[in-house]
Design a binder for this molecule. Structure first.
Ligand SMILES: [Mg+2]
Length: 126
């Protein structure tokens, strides 16, 4: 079965580019446009008992940012999932904040598709 990934980013361009890259690599993808939308999608996955392998999330988003979203995931039924952050934020303090919230990995934009796929594979292996 295809591994299912939730992609959360407020930029439609980035979201569809990342989703395209992941689908090409054989993953099933669900897209969300911010933290709130993503929590709603997680809720409906739980209701439908749909499996999820990994969450990929941006940090800077309207309505609910990535850090708050991660904190919410860690309080949910999905708390054991690996969470990979992809963001323009490369500041150490922000990365520390992400780790403290529960992020498993950090990828700084812009990145090559191969870097993204490698980071995902690494998280899914462990
Ligand atoms: Mg953003």
């Amino acid at each position: 079965m295809e591994k299912h990934i939730l992609v959360v980013d407020d930029s439609p361009t980035i979201r569809s580019a990342v989703a395209f890259c992941l689908r090409n690599a054989g993953y099933e993808v669900t897209e969300a446009k911010d933290g709130k939308d993503a929590l709603k999608k997680l809720e409906s996955m739980k209701e439908r008992q749909q499996s999820l392998a990994l969450i990929l999330t941006d940090i800077n988003m309207p309505r609910m940012d990535g850090i708050t979203f991660i904190e919410n995931v860690k309080k949910s039924a999905f708390r054991f999932l690996p969470i990979l952050v992809f963001t323009t934020e490369s500041e150490k303090s922000m990365i520390e904040k992400g780790r403290a919230a529960g992020a498993s990995g950090w990828l700084v934009k812009p990145f090559q598709p191969e870097q993204l796929l490698w980071a995902i594979k690494k998280l899914l292996w462990t």
